[in-house]
Design a protein. Structure first.
Length: 304
């Protein structure tokens, strides 16, 4: 199999291959959840992992594949969509990859991690460099199973730990759609002054924490002037994306907040139109965190 260089490989999670195919241009071929596209790496919301320097190699045996991988790098994660047993046999002869489980705000693994698959029985595709230090982009944390009232807190853990986005101690932040309180708990642990807003009450453990002020109200009826100047706007509200965009726009136009982090939750079909509106905002980027479901995280920094 011949593929002209340069090309890039994009791995989607099982549920989001259609979204990945919607955004990636110049697609060459699709292999399970792995999309090969011409050219240098493209900006992608939906890729779980990007293989940055992929190589296609015709192989005559398992041993030949192992030799090529050992010569190209130290540690490898495997992806298989067919030929599962042959991929497993290759993997068994490579250095064992230990689980990469991260503590909150800890430095991510420093050792490079490659990825490989078999496009068919005798065609190896591998990349010694990927955009994630985690196997196939699957991020794992040493979870706190006692304090957070839901697993939604992992979205902020991932964002703060791996993407260089986080508030500083003492900053005033608002958490919209906060019930039961997972995000409020994380923000309080960061040393922030948290205004937690929802129509439903917080979990009692979170509500009792210092530096947490709870307001039982509707985020869409609250005006920016009701709260005044804040440093960060956080939202995990369940609402239609256009409604969220309208809320964010009102706050940006007020000039009372400079940093925004919000979850865009899609109802049934992915709303590409509103997604592009968020992406077009000055200072914005949109990512699909490993801990996101059918939703993405929008980050807008430096707007005041």
């Amino acid at each position: 199999m011949q593929i002209a260089s340069p090309f890039t490989a994009y791995l989607a999670s099982e549920k989001f291959l259609p979204e990945l195919l919607n955004e990636i241009k110049d697609v060459i071929s699709v292999h399970g959840q792995l999309v090969l596209a011409r050219g240098e790496p493209q900006t992608s919301v939906w890729a779980q992992q990007i293989w940055l320097n992929p190589v296609v190699l015709e192989i005559a045996s398992i041993g030949e594949a192992v030799k090529a991988l050992r010569g190209a790098g130290g540690l490898w994660a495997s992806y298989s969509f067919e030929n599962h047993r042959r991929v497993q046999l290759i993997e068994e002869q490579l250095p064992k990859l230990r689980p990469r489980v991260l503590d909150f705000l800890a430095e991510p693994p420093a050792a490079p991690l490659g990825a490989f698959t078999l496009l068919d029985k005798n065609v190896l595709l591998y990349s010694a460099q990927t955009n994630s230090p985690f196997p196939l982009g699957l991020v794992q944390f040493n979870e706190n199973k006692t304090m957070p009232p839901s697993r939604a807190y992992l979205k902020l853990w991932e964002l703060f730990t791996l993407h260089g986005v986080k508030p500083s101690p003492g900053e005033k932040v608002v958490d919209f759609g906060s019930c039961p309180g997972g995000w409020t708990w994380v923000l309080q642990q960061m040393g922030c002054e948290v205004v937690s807003i929802d129509k439903a009450p917080l979990d009692e453990k979170v509500a009792r924490l210092p530096r947490v002020k709870f307001m039982k109200t509707d985020a869409f009826s609250l005006k920016p002037q009701d709260l005044g100047q804040i440093d960060w706007f956080f939202s995990d509200i369940i609402c239609y994306p256009p409604k969220l965009f309208e809320l964010i726009s009102n706050w940006r136009e007020s000039g009372l907040c400079k940093n925004f982090v919000c979850t865009i939750k899609f109802q049934h079909e992915t709303d590409y139109e509103t997604l592009r509106k968020f992406q077009s905002l000055p200072g914005a980027r949109v990512i699909h965190l490993h801990h996101n479901k059918h939703e993405v995280t929008a980050i807008i920094l430096g707007q005041s």
